[in-house]
Each structure stands twice: as structure tokens, then as C-alpha cells.
Design a protein around this ligand. Structure first.
Ligand SMILES: [Zn+2]
Length: 492
């Protein structure tokens, strides 16, 4: 029997703000859509947190035996610089600044995005559609919205009429906003805009002369509004109604609100049963921003080429660290926290490896059945990965007691323990137990030791030895950096 039949999953639904029993539209099948990246710059660590959580959702649903169609789009057109439908298209702007083709920008950062996801052991989604690959469908959806009376054309651009929609539906249902308050809080239009009301949002924008990314349409040569692509691609691949829609919480408004309005206008039904949103990521307790220097790229964590962290960390440690926090809590990323996770991660992996060496006994001193149930219960409770990890450490404790010959397991219990532990650690959480990973932890330890010896040499004014340590490490591709907080290193 499929595992999902005996595991009642509960999902926190951002729409009802409650944990609800998860019931799929079609028995045994899950349709899941997650808003993907806008590929105009390197993959952002905050986005990686979001996609990593949905990777675990995907993995657990598969583990429960569901057939999952997981759609995560690539935004390669239409995402303007701000939410008020003003400013340049982010990709066009980058192309203009770098003097390259917009599709070169798209290609460069799509490759970077996939590289990061591969390094961090993400499963690829079932479909990864692009906005530019669905211009025809987007034009069709705009026509339908105009026909139904919820959009209007002005000077070649088409806008969604929020007030008209709000007469019979609730615009703001997901983010808990009321249109009246939105009107009150929005600045009045300065006469430059074609919109009837500031809350209206673009479905199609007429391209000005310098805008390179443009397509013909019944209204003008232009490009689709950003919110439209997700309505179009989710409907096309998952149907008018599907099970899960996910994204970062910053997308709730206006992006997801606009998606609901567009989709519901066309289909007449609510498009999504469960909305799930991940919370923010901070770096050293502060908002991450390139402008302040409080910024790190996902791949820089692995290489150590950054001024934020004391040393490189493995992808599995970073995954482990991320999943030690609940997805609905703020995650504070720091070197200290990562170092603590690294210790926990290696304890866990050592215990997993040791299970192969355990010999069965006549009796069990650890209640494996209860432990197994607890692991499932944690994940069934809205994918509560920190609680799951706490249960995994109960098993680590038992394994270590067996190692010290203070505990025993029967053959059947040993098999259950090994299978369940492996399934949750590797298949569900997606952690990695590669030999080279262990080696990298050892290398980190050796370099830390050399840094300590070099410090002692310098304190003794033994410059020859201190230089020798630095130079020979450079020859091995390991760069030391002396800073106020001490010496850190990176590996090329
Ligand atoms: Zn989206």
C-alpha cells in the first residue's frame, strides 16, 4: 500500500492561515507549482532557501508514493524593476548595461541557477517552462480576460481591472488586504500612467523603442506582464485547479494575488487548494543586500571565496542547516550557526555509517517502531523538518549507545532503523554522504590546524615558517586571508 494512504499529511495553507488535512484533487496525484527565478542575476541565497524547502516537499510527496507533477518556471521576460508596472524589464536592463543580447543574460543566469541547484542536490522539477516559450498562450489569456470584461486596453497596453474583479470576488484574499485600504494607501497616479486605478496591473505592456524584448500582439508590439506567465503555465500544465502553489512570502502580494485574480476570471474556480509560503533569510541577523556588502552567493559558501564566513562549508551541511529551521520561521544565516550545524551533520553521518557495522541481538532496548512513527509524524505535520531532525538524533543517540555496547537491537528492528534512517536522511532531506564530503571536512580541520601553527609562528616572530605555511598552502590552491576576526581560507 502506498505510504500516503496511512499518513494524513497536514499543510499550513496561507489562504486559510490554518493547518489543513491535505486532500489531493485526484487520488494519488499531486500538482505543484512553485514560482521560479527571474534569470537576470546569480541565484540568490534567499531563493535557494525557498526552492530547497519545496525540494523537500517534492521529495516527501514522492516518498509517500504520490505521483507528483512539479512545475517550476523560469522568468525570462516581463519582470519589471518594481511592482507598480514601471521601470525597465530586469533582463532587458541587464542586457543593455552589459551590452549583450537579453537571451545571453537569460542563458548565463539559467546555467548559474541550475549549477547551484545541482551542487545543493536538488531534484529537477517535472517541467521547467519559460515565459518566452508561452507568449501565444499569454496573449490568448489576455483576450479571454478582456472578453469577460475584466481588462481594458489603453495606448497599446492592457491592464487588469481590479475594481471590476473585486465587485464579485475578493482581490486581496491571500494577503489579507482590502481593496479599499489599497486605494487609500496607494499614491495617486501622476498622469503619466495609462491605468484607470493605481491597483490595476499590467497584462500586456507596449514596448518603447529601446525595449529589445518584444512580440507582436493584437494591442501592440510589446511583452506580457510578469504575473500572467504563472497563471498561464500553471493552468496549462496542472489544470484550472491544482493542489499546491508555493513561493517566497514576498510573492504573496501582489504576484500571487494577481495570479488568483487572472486565473479565477478565466476559469470561474479558485485555482489553488493549498498556498504555501517560505519565510525570509537573514545574513548575520540583517537583510542581505549587495549594496551593504552583507551578501553571499550560494556557490561562494561552498568555495569559501567570500568575506562573510570563516571557511568553506559543504552543500550537505548548508542543506542540513537550512532544514534545521521551520520554513515558516525566519532563518538567520551565519558562520557560527553553520559551524554548529557542521558538527551535528557529521555526528549524524557517522551514526548512519555505523549502522552497517551493528550486529543484531536477541532483544531491543530502543523502541524503533515508535521512533519511526515519530519521524513520519514530524513530516506529516506541515513538513516540520526541525522536529524530524530532532528525532533523527534520538536514533543517533541509540546508535552511539550500541557502539559503546550499552544498547541492543533485534534483526528486524535493525533493518527498520537502517531503512528509515536512510530514507529520511538521503531521500527526504536530500543530505549527501559522499566520501569526498567527509574528506573536505577533514581538509577543513587540517587547514585550521595549519592556521593555528602559523599564528604561533608569527607570535614567535618565526616569519620563515609562517611564510612557508602560507606559500605551500597557496601552491595547493588554498588561499589564507588575514582579517580583523582572524584568518580565514578559501579553496580554489
Ligand atoms: Zn509566479
Amino acid at each position: 500500500m502506498e505510504r500516503y494512504k496511512e499518513n494524513q499529511l497536514k499543510v499550513y495553507n496561507s489562504l486559510s492561515k490554518k493547518k489543513e488535512d491535505f486532500k489531493t484533487i485526484t487520488d494519488g496525484y499531486v500538482g505543484m507549482y512553485v514560482c521560479g527565478p527571474t534569470v537576470y542575476s546569480n541565484a540568490h541565497l534567499g531563493n535557494v532557501r525557498t526552492f530547497m524547502f519545496f525540494d523537500v516537499v517534492y521529495r516527501y510527496l514522492l516518498y509517500l508514493g504520490y505521483k507528483v507533477r512539479y512545475v517550476r518556471n523560469i522568468t525570462d521576460a516581463g519582470h519589471l524593476e518594481n511592482d507598480a508596472d514601471e521601470g525597465e524589464d530586469r533582463i532587458s536592463k541587464k542586457a543593455r548595461l552589459e551590452k549583450i543580447e537579453p537571451m545571453e543574460v537569460v542563458q548565463k543566469y539559467t546555467v548559474d541557477f541550475h549549477d547551484v541547484l545541482k551542487n545543493y542536490n536538488f531534484l529537477p522539477p517535472s517541467i521547467e517552462p519559460t515565459a518566452t516559450g508561452h507568449i501565444v498562450e499569454q496573449i490568448e489569456m489576455i483576450k479571454e480576460i478582456i472578453e469577460k470584461g475584466f481588462a481594458y486596453e489603453v495606448n497599446g497596453s492592457v491592464y487588469f481591472d481590479v475594481l471590476a474583479y473585486n465587485e464579485d470576488s475578493h482581490y486581496g484574499i491571500l494577503s489579507g488586504r482590502k481593496v479599499e485600504d489599497l486605494i487609500h494607501n496607494t499614491r495617486t497616479l501622476d498622469g503619466q500612467s495609462d491605468k484607470k486605478n493605481p491597483q490595476d496591473f499590467a497584462l500586456w505592456k507596449k514596448a518603447d523603442e529601446r525595449h529589445i524584448m518584444r512580440w507582436p500582439s493584437p494591442w501592440s508590439d510589446g511583452f506580457p506582464g510578469w504575473h500572467l506567465e504563472c497563471s498561464v503555465m500553471s493552468t496549462k500544465y496542472l489544470g484550472e485547479q491544482f493542489d499546491i502553489h508555493g513561493g517566497g512570502m514576498d510573492l504573496k502580494f501582489p504576484h500571487h494575488e494577481c495570479e488568483i485574480a487572472q486565473s479565477q476570471t478565466c476559469s470561474g474556480v479558485k485555482p489553488v487548494n493549498y498556498w504555501m509560503h517560505t519565510n525570509m533569510l537573514l545574513l548575520n541577523s540583517q537583510k542581505m543586500a549587495k549594496s551593504t556588502g552583507n551578501f553571499i552567493l550560494p556557490n561562494e559558501i561552498l568555495s569559501g571565496e567570500n568575506d562573510i564566513l570563516p571557511k568553506p562549508f559543504s552543500a550537505s551541511v548548508v542543506r542540513f542547516f537550512n532544514l534545521q529551521a521551520n520554513y515558516r520561521s525566519i532563518l538567520d544565516f551565519s558562520g557560527e550557526a553553520l559551524e554548529a550545524s557542521e558538527k551535528g551533520h557529521s555526528k549524524l553521518m557517522e551514526a548512519v555509517r555505523f549502522t552497517d557495522k551493528i550486529e543484531a541481538s536477541a532483544t531491543s532496548t530502543f523502541d524503533v517502531q515508535k521512533w519511526e512513527k515519530d519521524c513520519y509524524a514530524a513530516m506529516n505535520d506541515d513538513f516540520n523538518t526541525p522536529v524530524l531532525i530532532a528525532h533523527l538524533f534520538e536514533a543517533v543517540k541509540a546508535i552511539n549507545q550500541i557502539k559503546e555496547q550499552n544498547a541492543t537491537l533485534t534483526a528486524a528492528d535493525l533493518t527498520t532503523l537502517k531503512t528509515t534512517l536512510n530514507a529520511f536522511v538521503f531521500d527526504v532531506l536530500g543530505l549527501m554522504n559522499e566520501a569526498n564530503q567527509d574528506n573536505s571536512e577533514k581538509i577543513n580541520g587540517v587547514v585550521a590546524l595549519l592556521i593555528k601553527l602559523r599564528k604561533e609562528a608569527r607570535e614567535n616572530k618565526d616569519w620563515a615558517l609562517s611564510d612557508q605555511i602560507r606559500d605551500e598552502l597557496i601552491a595547493l590552491g588554498i588561499q589564507l586571508k588575514d582579517g580583523r576576526e582572524g584568518t580565514t581560507f578559501s579553496i580554489q
